[in-house]
Design a protein around this ligand. Structure first.
Ligand SMILES: Nc1ncnc2c1ncn2[C@@H]1O[C@H](COP(=O)(O)OP(=O)(O)OP(=O)(O)O)[C@@H](O)[C@H]1O
Length: 304
């Protein structure tokens, strides 16, 4: 297991992490979500020893990560540490050497990953000549070239076109199939929903939701209503007791009902505002789960 346990971190007076914890099983893919500035990068940097936590630790196979075990972790930093003038193949070989492979093994592993990530034709080009998406592939090759036991990737999909997304996704799924725990942060929640076995949502310094997407959905089951009223007045449902408007767009409204809220009162309000063309319970998407999780403090948080 890869375990993030009780991480606390403040920068000056700003408390960024307030007891962040989650686990990632070998062979599973964990999507790490949260608003801008929520603390995802800080959490990953703590794992890699680049930021010192005020409390808590990250463990792999029961052992706290230290400089030696971190060599077995493939890491893709947000700031993409590539050398622009270095050639693609040399760059990947260089990272392999940094991780202790001898020259022949590093060259062989570099050739293999450059090829597998579709960069074979660009092997002899300087990194700076590559598009953003291809540079991202080089960065991933650099993370994979040492056959890591664990992968920690900070926004690996940002800036990629759909083909780039697919080839990166395939490479990561391949790693997970081989038993590697993969953690990646992303704002592309559709991708997280598609790829990840489990998801964590970070807000207000804590994990406000963790589990499989299905588990998170079932916690919300019977709480989200979708109502279509093409001519609805804005905020038509806001005054119904126990109802929170999750989203409202051109008469298409998603509402979250608190325990005990009356769905028939919502229907009555909908009929008062216009002609109702759809009224039904909604399977929440990860985007809706995310909005709900980052918007509303949990009862435990209110009590804390
Ligand atoms: N070295 C630092 N010194 C001071 N504040 C910092 C430092 N590193 C991060 N922060 C602050 O910590 C908070 C969390 O930042 P972090 O980059 O971890 O968030 P994030 O979830 O990765 O955000 P994004 O999705 O925008 O990348 C932010 O308010 C940021 O400004």
């Amino acid at each position: 297991m890869l375990e993030f346990d009780g991480l606390h971190k403040s920068f000056g007076d700003i408390r960024v992490l307030d007891g962040v914890g989650f686990t990632v099983a070998p062979g599973s893919m964990f999507g790490f979500c949260g608003s801008n500035g929520a603390g995802k990068t800080t959490t990953m940097r703590i794992a890699m020893g680049l930021v010192r936590p005020d409390a808590g630790e990250v463990r792999w196979q029961g052992q706290p990560l230290d400089q030696a075990t971190r060599r077995r972790v493939g890491y893709m930093p947000e700031e993409r540490g590539l050398y622009p003038k270095m050639k693609v193949g040399e760059q990947v070989t260089y990272f392999a050497r940094l991780h202790g492979l001898d020259s022949a093994a590093a060259t062989k592993a570099s050739d293999e990953w450059v090829e597998r990530l579709g960069l074979g034709a660009r092997r002899a080009d300087a990194v700076e000549k590559l598009s953003l998406g291809n540079q991202q592939r080089v960065q991933l090759a650099a993370a994979l070239v040492t056959r890591p036991e664990v992968l920690i990737l900070d926004e690996p999909f940002s800036g990629l076109d759909p083909i780039g997304v697919d080839s990166l996704a395939e490479a990561l799924l391949g790693q997970a199939r081989e038993g590697v725990p993969v953690v990646f942060s992303s704002h592309q929640l559709d991708l997280v929903e598609r790829l990840c076995d489990s998801v964590g949502i970070l807000a207000r310094g804590r994990m406000v939701a963790t589990g499989t997407v299905d588990e998170l959905r079932s916690r919300e089951a019977g709480r989200l209503l979708r109502v279509l009223v093409p001519d609805a007045a804005p905020q038509w449902a806001a005054a119904v007791p126990g109802v929170r408007v999750v989203s409202e767009q051109a008469g298409d409204t998603i509402l979250e009902l608190a325990d005990g809220a009356d769905d028939q009162a919502v229907l009555a309000a909908a009929l008062r505002t216009g002609r109702v063309t759809h009224f039904g319970w909604q399977q929440p998407t990860l985007v809706e789960l995310f909005r709900g999780a980052v918007a509303v403090p949990t009862p435990q948080e209110v009590a804390a």
